[in-house]
Write a protein that binds this ligand. Structure first.
Ligand code: PLP
Length: 318
């Protein structure tokens, strides 16, 4: 079995789920596996989750599986039961142990596609598509960037804040494989001297970053700080990392709030971060040309909340 990704020499493990292997089957991720007619490849017609395993234990596993199920419902892609995903992830993690070393941190990516057009893998809709899990040790370069300040540019997302409710076929709050636009926005940002992007609707509401959630903080002179994130009504993804941060903040007695938020709110907030499962928390140091104050103190508090892994339920705003 070839054991290395050619690009970065990272040893990866892969597990597939199919009707004959509901507990998962190890396969070689460095050999061709997917049929060229798979709708995941042909149309980007699939869904995914990216999770972080620390010492073999998945952070926010419940919320990630809940979000996968929700993405499956929105896209009408059948997915195997939760127990199969959990068992298959464990199989992948055990494979690292068998090979002689469990990396401290692993990125665990669950993928489900609609499968091959006209040829369901099973009559059972829960098993009709194509399903696999890829486990890759988190590179040192990714760990080193955690907590480091990022400069963001606000970019037009091309639809208004009511589009998610008005046009469900846009699949806005599903975590689909169609990330070409998100990646193009990131390339655009990098070509223009920024590290990341915050998307803005055509009616001037802030959404999220291409691969993370925006969280703002206002600091009061005589009370606890307040964390605020854009409302899910705009069709953004419910962030599991934001959910964990909010759970920790609530326990610490901080206040919580949910948008609608405007670019002016981002500029005027005392502090702001981008949050996601593998990057954890990146403080925002610049929004286009406007500098933002970076707080090492609150960044490390957020990191502490994330380490507590409190949010075991699906993050939901009231
Ligand atoms: N928003 C988008 C568009 C994302 O792709 C992601 C994660 O990849 C997030 C938010 C953050 O989600 P989580 O905190 O669950 O990783």
């Amino acid at each position: 079995m070839a054991e290395h990704f050619r690009e970065d020499s990272v040893i990866s493990v892969a597990v597939r789920l199919d009707p004959e292997h509901p507990q998962g089957l190890l396969f070689d991720p460095h050999q061709p596996q997917l049929r060229v007619t798979d709708l995941g490849a042909v149309r980007g017609d699939g869904i995914f989750e990216t999770m972080l395993a620390v010492n073999g234990s998945i952070k926010q596993f419940g919320p990630h599986l809940d979000r996968l199920r929700r993405s499956a419902e929105i896209t009408e892609i059948g997915i195997p039961p939760e127990e199969s995903w959990r068992t298959a992830v464990e199989l992948g993690i055990d494979e690292f142990r068998t090979r002689g070393g469990l990396p401290e941190e692993i990125t665990v990516r669950l993928t489900a596609t609609r499968g091959v057009d006209g040829e369901p893998a099973s009559e059972d809709p829960q098993w009709a598509g194509t399903y696999w899990i890829l486990l890759t040790p988190v590179p040192e370069s990714t760990k080193a960037k955690r907590g480091a300040p990022v400069a963001v540019t606000l970019l037009d997302r091309g639809y208004d804040a009511a589009a998610a409710e008005r046009a469900p076929w846009l699949l806005l709050s599903a975590k689909t494989l169609s990330y070409a636009v998100n990646m193009a926005a990131l390339r655009w940002a990098k070509q223009h001297g920024f590290d990341d992007v915050v998307f803005v609707t055509s009616d001037n509401k802030v959404l999220e970053a291409p691969t993370s959630t925006l969280v703002l903080m206002t600091v009061a002179a005589d009370g606890p700080p307040k964390l605020i994130t854009p409302t899910l009504k705009t069709g953004i993804l419910p962030g599991t990392t934001q959910g964990a941060a909010f759970a920790g903040a609530e326990r610490a007695g901080w206040e919580l709030g949910y948008g609608p938020l405007t670019p002016e709110d981002v500029r005027s907030a005392d502090h702001a971060w981008l949050l996601s499962s593998v990057r954890l928390a990146s403080p925002i140091s610049r929004v286009d040309q406007a500098a933002k104050d970076v707080s090492e103190h609150y960044t490390s508090q957020l990191m502490d909340f994330l380490a507590q892994d409190l949010a075991e339920t699906y993050p939901a705003e009231p």
